[in-house]
Design a protein around this ligand. Structure first.
Ligand code: C2E
Ligand code: MG
Ligand code: MG
Length: 642
């Protein structure tokens, strides 16, 4: 479009230049033509046209003189009357000759007229002498006089013809000039019209481009929704009537990107944004895309309105519907946080802060829910901040400890190793990692906490080895942020070098979400870790979105089937089928498969039937403090020996 505009602009300049040139040319031409017409008109009016009249007068006078002669010859007038008419005729001829002088000048034309006239007048005394006496002589004189009159009239005719020609010439010239001017005016009109049409076209195109630009300036290019800046402007100019401001996020959207890549994520985002918009607009809401998977929706109602509950449930249903993208069924949910305007905040800052607190509460509660803002939420947010401050000092205050959950081989029932699970002991109470790991992730504390866990696990491996003479395998959970942190690899190398443990005793559990940012870099790092001799496992397998193509490229040893599948596999046949298929998949890739969260004999038996390699769960043992884990280890060693 900009290219069309610049070329049409050039065309307009050319056309305008043509119009201006044509108008100047036209003006000059008209001026010159008018000047020429005026110049030719003056002599025409002053000389040529009067000359025509005086020539006519002269001819009439001549004819009257001739008539008087003829009447005298036929004696139809008396001699006295003839003398009177002859005198009068001569006077008329003299007068008209005098009138002709200014236009004809004293040149040969006037001379010829005067000579002819004088020759006639000179014959008059001879005619007078013969008339009445000698008719034949008088007739002869009259014939000569008539002959002179005839010649004089021929001369007058030719002079009149010359005058007529001059008038015609002048008229023709004016006619042609008017023809030219009319033609030029037509050309000018056409040119001006074409220019106007092009200008109209250009202006229309420009307006369209301007509209498009102003739309782009206010909208997100990917989804076409209004963007964060528009949302802020909208919030700042809200009229003082009740509104609900809703912040929403698509739960675990990063897993989709991690599993299928950014381009795929964009396509899913476009589809979901259209659904969110459609659902929100049906209830009169306005949708904005803030960033990533975050949206804002504005409704002109209150949180307590039944219509609001209806609008949000419509919205969540719309997102919850599986989204089919390039043959993949994508399941997503929405977390939403809502505030009332102006009740929960009269300015954009307060509204956004409180809506965000509500959203975070919805996410913290597991996502796929709506949280409406209350004072208590802020108190909880404050508590989270307090907890973060306390967690910061947990390592130096030695409040962290590791518990170890045994893992069992299904083929012989023997102990294969432990999973190290973090605990935070505060005032004698144990806090679950589920409560503080997300907080540590958010604040970045996970890196130092994770390092501590690795050091402690390595220390424990070497202590147990020293105490039992056995190499004990310990699996450690690595969070995505810790995995992506610079220095992760070097820290591990240093640790292996200083503790001298067998690297194959240490297993790193990573989740599929480590692929979120940069799958290629993650795969490269996994290769380096494997190169160190470490064992690698994928934790919570089946809950992420990793594609099988990626999985086959992960240089891992073990798949850990997530406990959510194990929990219901005997009751829900689909879950059983998933577990069975995962075991088959793991084996076909040459991986060891372990099932988490095994709580009953029935579950163990099923897994054993399906040739699962290992299990972990309350059925075999709960996570144990280090001392109890040592007892468990010694017991199992004795069993093995027996
Ligand atoms: P996870 O790695 O999947 O660990 C398994 C969780 O399931 C543990 O919860 C464990 O106590 C629990 N569990 C084990 N057997 C059973 C069972 O039979 N039934 C049930 N219902 N649960 C069972 P825990 O210790 O609360 O840890 C929760 C999550 O916290 C872990 O999930 C892991 O993702 C994370 N986590 C734990 N320790 C660490 C750590 O040191 N670093 C990092 N980054 N994350 C950790
Ligand atoms: Mg784990
Ligand atoms: Mg797990």
């Amino acid at each position: 479009m900009p290219h069309t505009i610049s070329s049409s602009r050039r065309l307009i300049y050319i056309l305008l230049l043509l119009v201006i040139t044509a108008s100047i040319t036209l003006s000059v031409f008209m001026e010159r033509t008018a000047h020429n017409i005026r110049r030719n008109e003056t002599p025409l009016l002053n000389h040529t046209i009067p000359q025509m009249r005086y020539l006519g007068d002269f001819e009439s006078a001549l004819l009257r003189y001739q008539l008087a002669l003829n009447k005298r010859f036929t004696e139809s007038i008396t001699p006295e009357r003839f003398v009177f008419l002859e005198n009068m005729g001569r006077g008329e001829l003299d007068a008209s000759l005098a009138q002709l002088r200014p236009s004809l000048g004293d040149g040969p034309e006037l001379g010829a007229l005067r000579d002819g006239y004088q020759r006639i007048v000179a014959l008059t005394p001879e005619f007078e002498r013969h008339v009445g006496n000698d008719s034949a002589a008088a007739r002869a004189v009259l014939v000569r006089m008539n002959e002179e009159v005839k010649q004089l009239r021929v001369r007058i005719d030719s002079l009149q013809q010359a005058v007529e020609d001059a008038i015609y010439d002048n008229g023709g010239m004016a006619h042609r000039a008017i023809g030219w001017i009319t033609g030029l005016v037509h050309v000018f009109d056409v040119l001006a019209l074409v220019t106007c049409l092009f200008m109209l076209y250009h202006v229309r195109a420009r307006v369209r481009v301007e509209d498009e630009l102003s739309h782009q300036a206010r909208h997100d290019p990917l989804t076409g929704l209004a963007h964060r800046r528009s949302f802020e402007v909208r919030l700042a100019t809200l009229p003082p009537v009740p509104h609900v401001v809703v912040l929403g996020t698509i739960d675990r959207f990063s897993r989709i990107i991690g599993g299928f890549g950014h381009a795929f994520g964009d396509r899913v985002m476009i589809g979901l944004a259209a659904r969110i918009r459609g659902a929100a607009e049906r209830s009169g809401g306005e949708v904005f895309r803030l960033d990533g998977a975050n949206f804002a929706i504005l409704f002109r109602m209150e949180c307590s309105d039944p219509a609001f509950a209806e609008a949000l449930s419509g919205l969540r249903d719309e997102v919850r519907n599986p989204y089919d993208c390039e043959g993949h069924e994508i399941y997503t949910t929405l977390s939403l946080g809502a505030v009332n305007y102006p009740q929960h905040g009269a300015n954009p800052d307060a509204l956004l802060r409180n809506a965000d607190a509500a959203l975070q509460a919805a996410r913290k509660a597991g996502g796929d829910r709506v949280e409406i803002y209350s004072q208590q939420l802020n108190a909880e947010a404050g508590e989270r901040l307090d907890m973060e401050a306390l967690l910061r000092h947990a390592i130096e205050r030695e409040e962290l400890e590791l518990h170890y959950q045994p893992q069992q081989a299904l083929h012989d029932g023997g102990l294969v190793g432990f999973e190290a699970l973090l605990r935070w002991r505060r005032h004698g109470k144990l806090i679950s990692p589920a409560e503080f790991i997300p907080l540590a992730e958010e604040s970045g504390l996970i890196v130092s906490i994770g390092n501590w866990v690795l050091e402690e696990a390595c220390r424990q491996i070497s202590v147990w080895q020293a105490e039992t003479g056995q190499r004990v395998a310990v699996a450690v959970n690595i969070s995505p942020r810790q995995f992506a942190a610079p220095g992760f690899l070097t820290h591990l190398e240093d640790l292996l070098a200083t503790t001298h443990i067998d690297p194959s005793c240490l297993e790193l559990e990573i989740t599929e979400s480590v692929m979120v940012e940069d799958a290629e870099a993650a795969i490269a790092l996994l290769h380096r870790l494997r190169g160190l001799g470490l064992k690698l496992a994928i934790d919570d397998f089946g809950t992420g979105y990793s594609s099988l193509a990626y999985l086959s490229r992960f240089p891992i040893h073990k798949l850990k089937i997530d406990q959510s599948f194990v929990r219901n596999m005997h009751a829900v046949s689909e879950q059983g089928a998933i577990v069975q298929a995962t075991i088959g998949l793991g084996h076909s890739l040459g991986l060891t498969v372990i099932a988490e969260g095994v709580e009953s004999e029935a579950q163990r038996a099923m897994l054993s039937n399906w040739r699962c390699d290992e299990i972990q769960g309350y059925y075999y043992s709960r996570p144990l403090p280090a001392a109890s884990a040592l007892n468990f280890l010694e017991g199992s060693l004795q069993l093995q020996a027996a």
